[in-house]
Design a protein around this ligand. Structure first.
Ligand code: GUN
Ligand code: FE
Length: 426
C-alpha cells in the first residue's frame, strides 16, 4: 500500500476530555499506520497521492467492546423483561439455532453489513457455543475488511438442554477454535468467552483461564450486571467475596491477558480496585442497562480509579448498533444518575464520551482509536452537509451534532488499518 495522504478536517481525542482538531489538515498513512497529522503537507510527502476530503470531517472509526452477534435478529424483542427471564425466553432459543450453519451464515451476513453501515470498524463479539458457526462469522468479518475479536461461547451449567455443553467438549472445542483461528486472519482474532459465572462450572472456568495464558488470548465475559444475576452468583459461590473474585479465583480477571467485562454496574469498591490493578476493560452498555432494568454504571468512578472503559451496544440487550446513539444514551443515563442519586458521580463531557467510543475501547485492540503516530488508520469520512443549519458552526459543534443527530447517511467512506472498506457483499 505504501504512503498515502488524506485531506480533511481531522477530529480525534488523543487524550480523555478534549478534541484535537485540524481544519483542512492532512493525515499521512504508511501501509496500515498513521505517520502523522499536519496543517500543511510536509515537503517530504509532496509526491504522495492525496485523497481529498476537504470540507468533510475525518474521525476515528467506532469501537464496540461488547456485541452478541447471534442476537442481532432479536433486536427490540422482549425488552420489557429483566436479564434472567429475557435470556431464557428470547436469547438462548435464538442462539441455539446457530447449530445450523446455513442459518448462521444468513444471519451473520446481516450483522457484518450493519457493523459496516454504522461505522463500527472494530468489535468484540460473542458468537454461540458452536465452533463452526463462530468460525464462519470470523471468515465473513475478514472478508468484509472489518476488525474484530470473536468468541466461541462456553456454557456447561444452568443452560437449557438444547443449548448447553459437556465440560470436556466445551474445553476441547475451544482449544480447537483457538488453534484454527489465532493466526488465520490479520484483523480478526479469537477471544476466550465464558458466558458468565452462572453458566460455567468451576472446572470449565479454570480450564479457560489456563488456556488464555497458554495461548496468550484475551478474555471477555459479563460482570455485575443485574441484581437478580448477582444474587444468583452469590448463592452459587458463597466461598467467594464477590462476583469479581469468582473470576479471579479461576484465572479470568486480567492478570495475564487483556480482559473485558461487560456492564460492571454494581461493582463494589474492592472490585473496582482489583480491576484498576489488572489489564481490565469495562464495556459500558447504556442501552442494554436501561432496557433490561439493570442500572446505570458509574463510569466517572471507573475513570477516576484508572479503570479502562469502552462503549458497547450489547446487542440485543441493547437495541441499536450505532455507537453515536450509544454515546447519547450513555450521556443521558449518566445525567439521570447524577440528578437522582446525587452520589457525586459527575457526568462526562461529549469529548470524553467520544474518547471512550474510539480510543478507550480501541486500546483493547492495541494502537487503535486515534490518529496519533503509530496508530492503525481506522477512519470514517463524515459529510455532515445534510445536517447543517443556517448558522456557521465550529468544528466542535459539527462533531457534536453529528454524534447526536447524524446517522449512517453521513458516513461517506470507512477505512480499517489503512484499507478502504467497501460495502460488504453479504
Ligand atoms: N449475561 C449472560 N449472557 C448475557 C447476554 O446474552 N446478554 C446480557 N446483556 N447479559 C448476559
Ligand atoms: Fe452481553
Amino acid at each position: 500500500m505504501g504512503l498515502k495522504a488524506y485531506k480533511g478536517t481531522i477530529v480525534h481525542t488523543p487524550k480523555l476530555g478534549a478534541y484535537e482538531i485540524l481544519e483542512d489538515g492532512y493525515i499521512v498513512v504508511e501501509n496500515d499506520k498513521v505517520v502523522g497529522t499536519y496543517e500543511t503537507l510536509p515537503g517530504e510527502y509532496k509526491n504522495v497521492a492525496v485523497k481529498d476530503y476537504t470540507g468533510k470531517m475525518i474521525i476515528p472509526g467506532f469501537v464496540d467492546l461488547h456485541f452478541h452477534a447471534p442476537q442481532f435478529s432479536n433486536r427490540g424483542l422482549g425488552l420489557d423483561k429483566e436479564l434472567l427471564p429475557w435470556l431464557e425466553t428470547y436469547t438462548f432459543p435464538e442462539e441455539a439455532k446457530y447449530k445450523n450453519l446455513d442459518y448462521a451464515r444468513a444471519a451473520y451476513g446481516k450483522v457484518v453489513h450493519e457493523l459496516w453501515r454504522q461505522g463500527t470498524t472494530r468489535a468484540v463479539l460473542f458468537g454461540t457455543i458452536h465452533r463452526k458457526a463462530t468460525k464462519a462469522l470470523m471468515e465473513m468479518l475478514d472478508d468484509a475488511g472489518l476488525g474484530a475479536m470473536v468468541g466461541k461461547v462456553n456454557m456447561d451449567r444452568n443452560s437449557p438442554p438444547t443449548y448447553c455443553e459437556e465440560t470436556k467438549d466445551s474445553i476441547e472445542e475451544t482449544k480447537k477454535f483457538i488453534e484454527q483461528t489465532k493466526d488465520k486472519y490479520k484483523l480478526v482474532k479469537p477471544i476466550i468467552t465464558p458466558r458468565f459465572v452462572p453458566t460455567c462450572t468451576p472446572e470449565l472456568m479454570k480450564a479457560l483461564g489456563k488456556m488464555a495464558v497458554e495461548y496468550g488470548v484475551p478474555v471477555q465475559s459479563h460482570l455485575d450486571e443485574n441484581r437478580g444475576e448477582i444474587g444468583w452468583v452469590e448463592s452459587l459461590h458463597p466461598e467467594s467475596d464477590n462476583y469479581s473474585t469468582v473470576y479471579e479465583e479461576h484465572g479470568l480477571f486480567g492478570k495475564d491477558v487483556p480482559t473485558v467485562m461487560a456492564h460492571c454496574i454494581w461493582n463494589k469498591p474492592e472490585e473496582i480496585k482489583l480491576m484498576s490493578e489488572r489489564k481490565m476493560w469495562v464495556a459500558h452498555c447504556p442501552h442494554s442497562n436501561t432496557n433490561l432494568s439493570s442500572g446505570i454504571a458509574p463510569i466517572r468512578t471507573y475513570l477516576e480509579n484508572g479503570v479502562k472503559v469502552g462503549l458497547a451496544s450489547d446487542i440485543s440487550g441493547g437495541h441499536d448498533v450505532s455507537i453515536p446513539r450509544t454515546i447519547a444514551a450513555a450521556a443521558q443515563s449518566a445525567k439521570l444518575r447524577w440528578v437522582y442519586l446525587n452520589d457525586k458521580e459527575e457526568i462526562l463531557s461529549t469529548p470524553e464520551w467520544l474518547y471512550l467510543a474510539t480510543k478507550g475501547g480501541g486500546e483493547f485492540f492495541g494502537k487503535v482509536g486515534s490518529f496519533e503516530p503509530g496508530y492503525d488508520f481506522d477512519a470514517l469520512i463524515i459529510d455532515d452537509s445534510s445536517i447543517a443549519d443556517v448558522n456557521p458552526r465550529t468544528v466542535q459543534e459539527r462533531i457534536e451534532r453529528y454524534i447526536y443527530v447524524g446517522d449512517d447517511r453521513n458516513i461517506e467512506a470507512r477505512y480499517v488499518a489503512g484499507k478502504f472498506v467497501p460495502e460488504p457483499k453479504f
